[in-house]
Design a protein around this ligand. Structure first.
Ligand code: AR6
Length: 178
């Protein structure tokens, strides 16, 4: 992993709905019709236009991604992706990696330069944060070289404990590069 790729990654703690970026990623479910957690927060902040747009899309398979406008959000777009429900099987990691890869490719197709991800699947869907962090960072770093238009990827974590997991992992990667 090269240093310039690591420089395009950032970790923050806070509420994704407040971020003024080109796109925020929603940890949705296959219906795309809203739910709890970060999905509920995004729909509340975006207003009813978002649900209307999602209804027209008509759902999304696990691992894939769909894009809508951000409506009342500071972000121009919402990229909805559906993480796996953690089962402990090897397909979990593949599907979670698909979420990051497909969201980033969709972002690049829409000339997004800055994008923020929550910890997909790490709430209701039960994915262990440590494993999910490794997949999120490694997949993003692997795909960024082919997506030169994406300048910054923010991983935004709700809790300080989850943020510490990301900070530690990225710090380790940076040390290995020095
Ligand atoms: N900003 C950033 N992160 C947040 C926010 C926020 N405003 N709110 C929660 N998180 P979850 P999942 C964190 O459960 O596990 C929904 O009902 C949270 O602390 O939102 O992928 C959907 O409709 C956790 O670390 O998503 C699906 O049915 C992370 O976001 C289901 O939950 C993801 O937690 C998806 O479950």
């Amino acid at each position: 992993m090269t240093r310039d790729i690591l420089d395009r990654l950032e970790v923050q703690q806070g509420d994704i709905t407040r971020l003024r970026v080109d796109a925020i990623v929603n940890a949705a479910n296959r219906s795309l019709l809203g739910g709890g957690g970060v999905d509920g927060a995004i729909h509340r902040a975006a207003g009813p236009g978002l649900l209307e747009a999602c209804r027209k899309i008509g759902g999304c398979p696990t691992g894939e991604a769909r894009i809508t406008p951000g409506y009342r959000l500071p972000a121009a777009y919402v990229i909805h992706t559906v993480g796996p429900v953690y089962s402990g099987k090897s397909q979990d990691a593949r599907l979670l990696a698909d979420c990051y890869r497909n969201s980033l490719r969709l972002a690049a197709e829409n000339t997004v330069r800055t994008i923020a991800f929550p910890a997909i699947s790490c709430g209701v869907y039960g994915y262990p944060i440590q494993e999910a962090c490794t997949i999120a960072v490694d997949t993003t770093a692997a795909v960024l070289p082919e997506l030169s238009g994406i300048e910054k990827v923010i991983f935004i974590l709700f809790s300080s404990g989850d943020k510490a997991v990301y900070d530690t992992y990225l710090e380790g990667l940076k040390q290995a590069r020095q």
